[in-house]
Design a protein around this ligand. Structure first.
Ligand code: CAO
Length: 448
């Protein structure tokens, strides 16, 4: 009887792939395309299929062998009765996992919207191996290394993942080279099961960012991040992921405000303080918050209620050497411009000296982040959740403005309002920002 040799086909440039699993033994009958062995390179895991149907008479490889394209894998005695049978290949692990994801309910279905990002490639032609990879769309099973995001996992873990219906691509591997361990899989399943479907917060399935060795490209220095930086990162990430943001932009004509402020310099010196545009901004925000109570609210965690605050406490973002801090000024609506100027200066100074008390950074209803002294003509601030809005202030510029008869030079202040679109709609946001711009344009209104 004719005996045919099965060799390793083109495996997409993978050199020295290791045999990590033998899927058949000598004496086994195999059908066309049935997977014989699993190879794993440092880039991908792939199954090598039988190119003929028949009986395995010799296995030419063992677990741990390193194989390259053209290496002999097995000898198959082409048995007529098998060869003549309808070619209904035993599903490869790749195929069965794809079925689990698309047909049968599985653990993965909890985050169904994530499925689209993970595609398990099935063999397109007889001689091509199955490669587990992440790719939105590809006709070739073996992807170039640059676009493939491969998963490292041993056979036992792969088997368990298939049984549980979990796409390994969604599991963060903590083993060497990001290898997915059994514990990682268990942890993933526990997390998915615990997670309430449609919860107000949370969410899984966000693809992780691959770790990169930057020193490969040039000299680097690694320094530990401050606690404050890490805390800020957590807060920003939480807000960015939980809050649907919208940002609206406008410009306030603060020409008259600036003229008035210039006239206050001498008095400021007498009071041993400085007067910048910020206290006027705080006052304008307080009055606009009073007139637009929805912006002065927070969403209850259940998502069922809105908590309306009857006080107006405003946080001010302060850039310090240790990181970003947000001291809160209480009852801004009830304080004078001088009191606000004094308090901003005092809190900012204590923030920079790291002398703020925790209570002084709590209870804010709204935040003002001013980069006016630094520059830029606009930015989109991230809402300091559970607050529902934040005002970003940029640097003033003198611009020609049409006054009905001619263009006149005016001092324009760029402002950007980001808000939580679950609570604040465009109308609320637009009215609030327009009110701030109007108050800053005519500061006489601040005294009303
Ligand atoms: N356009 C032009 N000039 C401005 C301005 C603006 N929008 N805002 C302030 N200035 C001027 C001030 O008037 C002052 O100049 P004069 O003394 O000549 O009047 C100068 O810039 C310095 O102001 P300041 O920064 O010392 O004071 P402030 O009241 O404007 O701001 C504070 C105080 C604490 C908010 C600010 O120092 C700060 O830390 N800003 C950074 C906030 C931040 O990092 N935000 C990003 C958060 S998200 O990463």
């Amino acid at each position: 009887m004719p005996i045919q040799q099965v060799i390793v086909p083109d495996i997409g440039g993978a050199e020295g792939a290791e045999v990590i699993e033998l899927l058949v033994a000598v004496g086994d009958q195999v059908v066309l395309d049935q997977s014989l062995i699993v190879l794993e390179s440092d880039k991908a895991s792939m199954e090598i299929p039988a190119t003929v149907a028949g009986t395995v008479v010799e296995l030419l490889v063992a677990e741990g062998d390193q194989l390259a394209e053209g290496a002999a894998v097995a000898m198959i005695d082409v048995a007529e009765q098998v060869a003549d049978a309808a070619p209904t290949p035993t599903p490869t692990p790749g195929e069965s996992e794809a079925t689990a994801a698309s047909d049968a309910p599985s653990v993965d279905d909890v985050g169904a919207e994530q499925k689209a990002s993970a595609v398990k490639e099935a063999p397109a032609a007889k001689e091509t191996p199955v490669v587990e990879t992440v790719s939105a769309a590809s006709e070739t099973p073996v992807l170039p290394v640059e676009v493939a995001d491969e998963i490292y996992a041993g056979p036992a873990v792969r088997k368990l993942a298939r049984e549980l219906g979990v796409q390994l691509v969604r599991v963060d591997g903590t083993g060497p080279q990001g290898r997915v361990l059994k514990e990682d899989l268990q942890q993933f399943v526990r997390k998915v099961i615990r997670e309430p479907v449609g919860a107000v917060t949370g969410g899984t399935g966000i693809p992780s960012v691959p770790e990169i060795d930057f020193s490969k490209f040039g000299e680097v220095e690694v320094t530990p991040r401050t606690k404050l930086d890490k805390l800020t990162a957590t807060n920003m990430h939480r807000s960015w992921l939980n809050v649907p943001h919208v940002t609206q932009f406008d410009e306030a004509d603060i020409t008259d405000l600036e003229e008035f402020r210039a006239g206050l310099k001498a008095e400021a010196e007498q009071r041993s303080t400085r007067i910048t545009p910020l206290p006027f901004l705080l006052k304008a925000c307080a009055l606009a918050l009073r007139d637009n109570p929805k912006i002065n609210s927070s969403l209850a965690r259940s998502g069922e209620d809105l908590v309306h605050k009857k006080y107006i406490h405003i946080g001010v973002a302060v850039d310090t050497p240790a990181g970003l801090m947000v001291p809160v000024i209480r009852d801004v609506d009830r304080k004078t411009i001088w009191e606000l100027a004094h308090e901003v200066a005092e809190l900012a100074s204590r923030a920079r000296d790291r002398k703020l008390l925790p209570a002084e950074m709590q209870g804010g209803c709204f935040t003002v982040s001013s980069l006016g002294n630094i520059g830029g003509n606009g930015f989109t601030p991230i809402v300091n959740t559970p607050e529902v809005a934040i005002l970003g202030v940029s640097k003033t510029a003198i611009k020609p403005l049409w006054n009905g008869a001619e263009f006149a030079p005016r001092t324009m202040l760029p402002v950007a309002l980001s808000y939580d679109h679950r609570v604040v709609n465009g109308g609320n946001g637009g009215r609030f920002l327009t009110r701030i711009v109007s108050l800053l344009g005519d500061i006489r209104q601040l005294s009303l």
